[in-house]
Design a protein around this ligand. Structure first.
Ligand SMILES: NC(=O)C1=CN([C@@H]2O[C@H](COP(=O)(O)OP(=O)(O)OC[C@H]3O[C@@H](n4cnc5c(N)ncnc54)[C@H](O)[C@@H]3O)[C@@H](O)[C@H]2O)[C@H](O)CC1
Ligand SMILES: [K+]
Length: 514
């Protein structure tokens, strides 16, 4: 699924109106009816009070369509118009007239003293105040209304986007945004749902199909959401006459005294991801630990007991994952620099590998093409410098990726992969992954996939997807708190198997009951 900007969505409306020979009003009707169907299916006529707050643009127009259908179906509706501007759109005005014909005049809200005070925690609030048309800071009337509604614990449902948010930039004042429980976005989720500063304003979101022109949607360039339909075609079948050499040899380099576990996790993850053979290169203190931790692993060590003082791997490898638990001691920094100078193998660089790169940015132009860098927020900042908001961060990440021809896997609650101008947003995972060693395991999985022959971008998208999926599956057994990095590896087989699971079919008895 693609994420389009507001500008692209307006163009999609125009293409749809032209190609399907419909009016803008028809499109608003479709949108409002979709929201009505969504609510009606869940509420089945329940007499919960629904407070609909409509703006004076087309988002408000959709809210008024919804209000009309709810009223016609006997729902308990309180309908308001937030009178923030005299410039009403045609889509608002026509739907305003239609709802008035039902003898249900919306209440005009011109000042804070007119805000309803009877909304309870058991009611529903529908936010149709602003959609993607917000183009400047909001007025006092609107800000006061946001504060009034934010203080009420009622379930809040946003039409298209929580009011106060822009689809593609961060508002100047984040106090002037409505916080909602659920957003029903038309045709395309908005980029602001995925970046940490603005993602917090909607707990959940869902896309409603309003039949926008498929050709336009297909041709439009935008960030992509990565879910099962996107990763399934990436999956590489195992060959019948394969041997361990068919699936590559990964080398994981890193670890330091007290942090050997990071390489243990990364190596094991590479192996369980399906890599044919895995080796590790660690300081001497890690040798016995790793040799006795799992027998499938081959281990080599540097001469220094506690730190990697030389990085000169011996053997034939397809891919190297470097940096986990490595430390940034001066001796390790030197060893890392000379390793990068001479290395020609594909690289996955994580943690202290990234920190060593940040300390000597001349190394960046010496990385093999499409090297994979997997920074979390602090590591990213060291690499690309600071940013003033998340959209600027994304732009800087794209520029960096283009300049050094590398792939950035931006690890966060929602992990985003960036390659040049392309952006891929992962859809799996949950807060159970916020646990020590989670990143080491991801490095191992991506390294293992690369070694098996996945192309670098697929290795990132598929690896991040599988990593997240383990937490979605494991959660049922471990809960959020007790899921640890080793569990990511334990549930990796389930994440693979889940790719081929068919949705559950109803039993014959269930079918008959329907
Ligand atoms: N157009 C269509 O065919 C469809 C639209 N859909 C829905 O409509 C909104 C977008 O509607 P639009 O009228 O462009 O914008 P808004 O409703 O968000 O209204 C904003 C309105 O107010 C003006 N404005 C902008 N910022 C401010 C401000 N800070 N203070 C005061 N006024 C402001 C602006 O000029 C607009 O006129 C979209 O999200 C959908 O919900 C449907 O998708 C169906 C097709
Ligand atoms: K809205």
């Amino acid at each position: 699924m693609k994420i389009l900007s507001a500008k692209q969505i307006y163009k999609a409306h125009q293409a749809t109106i032209t190609n399907q020979q419909i009016t803008e009003l028809d499109l608003l009707e479709r949108a409002g009816l979709q929201i009505f169907n969504w609510m009606h299916m869940r509420m089945q006529g329940a007499q919960v009070k629904i407070h609909i707050f409509n703006g004076i643009g087309n988002n408000g127009g959709v809210g008024l369509v919804l209000a009309r259908h709810l009223l016609e179906h006997g729902y308990n509706v309180a309908n308001y118009v937030v009178n923030y501007s005299k410039k009403r759109t045609d889509g608002f005005l026509k739907n305003y007239d239609r709802v008035k014909k039902l003898k249900q005049w919306p209440v005009l809200l011109n000042e804070a003293s007119e805000f309803p005070t009877d909304i309870t925690a058991d009611d529903i609030i529908v936010d149709a105040i602003f959609g993607i048309g917000l183009n400047r800071g909001t007025t006092n009337l609107v800000n006061n209304l946001f504060a009034h509604l934010n203080a009420i614990k009622a379930f809040k449902l946003a039409v298209d986007i929580p009011s106060g948010l822009y689809s593609n930039k961060v508002p100047n004042n984040l106090d002037h945004v409505l916080r909602v429980n659920y957003t029903l976005a038309f045709q395309s989720p908005k980029m602001c749902f995925f970046l940490p500063e603005t993602a917090i304003f909607t707990e959940q979101w869902e896309v409603l199909d309003i039949g926008l022109d498929p050709e336009f949607m297909h041709a439009a360039f935008g960030a992509q959401l990565i879910a099962k339909p996107e990763v399934l075609p990436m999956y590489r079948m195992r060959e019948k006459f394969a041997n361990k050499f068919t699936y590559g040899h990964s080398l994981l380099i890193g670890g330091s005294y007290g942090k050997i576990g990071s390489i243990q996790l990364a190596s094991k993850a590479a192996l369980v991801s399906g890599c044919g053979m895995v080796s590790a290169l660690v300081p001497e203190c890690g040798y016995n630990v790793l040799q006795s931790s799992f027998p499938e692993l081959m281990v080599q060590n540097s001469s220094n007991n506690k730190l990697l003082n030389e990085i000169q791997p011996k053997g034939h490898f397809n891919v190297i994952g470097i940096g986990c638990g490595m430390g940034t001691d001066e001796i390790t920094q030197k060893a890392f620099e000379s390793f990068i100078e001479s290395n020609t193998l594909p690289l996955v660089i994580d943690a202290d590998g990234l920190n060593c790169l940040s300390r000597n940015t001349e190394l960046l132009s010496k990385l093999p093409e499409m090297s994979i860098l997997t920074p979390h927020k602090a590591e990213l900042e060291r690499l690309i410098g600071s940013w003033t908001n998340d959209f600027e961060m994304l732009k800087k990440a794209k520029d960096f990726s283009t300049q050094y021809d590398c792939i950035l896997v931006l690890k966060d609650a929602i992990t985003i992969t960036v390659y040049h101008k392309e952006v891929f947003i992962n859809t799996t995972g949950n807060t159970a992954l916020a646990t020590a060693g989670s990143g080491d395991v991801l490095t191992g999985i991506i390294t293992g996939l690369l070694a098996q022959g996945y192309d670098p971008l697929s290795a990132c998208m598929f690896g991040v997807y599988l990593h997240g999926k383990t937490a979605d599956i494991g959660l049922q057994d471990t809960g959020y708190q007790s899921f640890i990095a080793s569990d990511i590896i334990n549930y990796l087989p389930d994440a693979y198997m889940d790719l081929f699971k068919q949705p559950e079919q109803p039993t014959p008895a269930e079918e008959q009951a329907e």
